[in-house]
Ligand binder design. Structure first.
Ligand code: AMP
Ligand code: ZN
Length: 491
């Protein structure tokens, strides 16, 4: 059976076929590390993870690259406003470097807690300045750029198909263009490739370039790094839908202008997580007749993963909640709907427990038939552009039928094992089932406590050594959080 994926470029579901063999080269636009990711951002990353896991399930290999935007993303998408990192510097009275390092770490931790597979390559914009400069020079050589006082810009009128991803109405845009755009900019859609540091300004993040000291524009990092690690044409490029009109449109423009080849075969975009326009509060619920709003940092209506954990929900419950909705539909967040999702997940956990405990029943052919059916349904629904609502419907139906057989003992323990194996197989894609808890050996518990003591005494060198020993010897990763040490088996 063939996997069909909706391609924003064609606005159609297409049969998925990588450009070369069975390896999928996938690039996902990562976070801007000036603040915590909110649970809207995280919905996008979980759906990208679902895609990656399903590709793996279908037998593809996936080479996955994600960037970390630690410079150049301005507060206004039209190359106006301040660098978000500089805004964070003013807010936190720390250097942009420290801020980026801090939020990058939190972000990666959030992803791990949400059960996302880590990319093969993480790449920071600030580690790839020379690649970005080289790409801008190529564009300059080919006549796609012009320099003004503010920096080097990409001339979008030089491309016949500029805006094809978003199907932008360029004429309409010209007519409606704002007059206060950057002085010297030739077209409303032109965008910065390299911004010059304004005279008399001090930046913590700036570099020399052939055009003067400054920093890269936001979009150029993704083109430079995606092509460096994955080649000139990617199989999949993913991000949230807000990236369609500006960021991805500009990535396509500069990449295709530089190479003369298509930048990506499939464009995968995730819809927003919304909240109602009543501010987050105890009585904030889906049933209130409030208007849905995009969750956004600028609107002050955002929740972090930690806020959800503080309300005693687990990251696994949040992941399950995300995966109840199709990635191309908007999803409305409320505590009520998260609670409902958590209850459904509890039932799945109970089902797994019941199967694991099941002994002594009569063997029946019904189980084999149900398993074969549900496997077929799983693949059919997921092949249809990751149609999770239909997938869950068939899975819940399956659970109901198996539960009946369990009640009447019309099932041998090896049938129960067959069902468990099937559920675990699906879970390699969904990653929502409870993981087996391995008890912590007493000696390890002691070591973790000793390490806490070392940290209290500010003997960080010894604490770091012990952390490494816990990892090397026992396969346990310890993380220090504001609530104390957190550990998990990683081997
Ligand atoms: P940013 O860190 O702002 O670059 O955003 C990270 C990712 O989250 C991008 O792919 C955005 O498109 C996506 N995103 C932003 N807001 C939301 C939202 N409310 N729901 C889902 N995804 C979002
Ligand atoms: Zn990007």
């Amino acid at each position: 059976m063939a996997f069909k994926i909706y391609n924003t470029l064609s606005r159609k579901k297409e049969i998925f076929k990588p450009l070369k063999g069975k390896t999928v080269r996938m690039y996902t636009c990562g976070p801007t590390v000036y603040d915590y990711a909110h649970i809207g951002n995280l919905r996008t990353y979980v759906n990208e993870d679902l895609l990656k896991r399903y590709l793996l399930w279908k037998g593809f290999r996936v080479k996955h690259v994600t960037n970390v935007t630690d410079v150049g993303h301005l507060t206004d998408d039209a190359d106006q406003g301040e660098d978000k990192m500089v805004v964070a510097e003013q807010r936190e009275h720390k250097s942009a470097w420290d801020i980026a390092a801090f939020y990058e770490k939190v972000f990666k931790n959030d992803l791990e807690l949400l059960g996302a597979l880590m990319p093969d390559i993480w790449c920071r914009a600030t580690d790839h300045i020379s690649e970005q400069i080289t790409l801008v020079r190529t564009l300059e050589r080919k006549g796609y750029t012009y320099k003004i006082r503010d920096g080097v810009y990409f001339d979008t009128s030089r491309l016949k198909d500029y805006g094809k991803l978003a199907r932008l109405n360029i004429e309409g845009l010209k007519a409606g263009a704002r007059v206060e755009v950057t002085a010297g900019k030739r077209n409303a859609t032109d965008f910065a490739l390299w911004k010059l540091t304004p005279a008399g300004t001090l930046r913590h993040m700036e570099w020399d370039s052939p055009w003067g000291r400054g920093f890269p524009g936001w979009h150029i990092e993704c083109s430079a790094m995606a092509m460096k690690y994955l080649g000139r044409t990617l199989d999949v490029h993913a991000g949230g839908i807000d990236h369609i009109p500006v960021h991805h449109t500009n990535e396509i423009a500069q990449s295709e202008a530089a190479t003369g080849r298509p930048f990506a075969k499939y464009w995968f975009h995730c819809e927003f997580l919304n909240v109602s326009d009543t501010k987050i509060s105890d009585n904030w619920s889906e049933t209130s007749k409030a208007r849905p709003l995009k969750m956004a940092k600028s609107k002050g209506n955002f929740l972090r993963l930690q806020s959800v954990i503080d309300e005693t929900f687990t990251p696994r419950q949040l992941r399950f909640f995300y995966l109840t909705a199709h990635y191309r539909t908007q999803q409305l967040f409320s505590w009520e709907s998260l609670k409902n999702a958590a209850n459904t997940l509890d039932k799945l956990d109970e089902f797994m427990d019941r199967l694991a405990r099941h002994k002594n029943g009569k063997s029946s052919t019904a189980v084999r038939k149900l398993v074969a059916e549900v496997r077929k349904e799983f693949e059919r629904t997921m092949d249809d552009d990751l149609n999770v609502p239909e997938m869950w419907a068939s899975l819940h139906h399956f659970v109901g039928s198996i539960n009946k057989l369990l009640e009447t003992k019309a099932m041998a323990s090896r049938d129960a094992q067959r069902v468990l194996d099937t559920m675990h197989d699906f879970d390699s894609v969904l990653a929502v089932l409870r993981k087996e808890e391995r008890p912590l050996p007493a000696e390890v518990k002691k070591l973790i406590e000793q390490r806490e003591e070392m940290r209290k005494q500010k003997d960080f060198t010894a604490a770091d050594e012990l952390r490494k020993r816990l990892l090397d010897q026992y396969g346990i990763e310890v993380q220090d959080t504001s609530e104390g040490p957190r550990w998990r088996f990683i081997k």
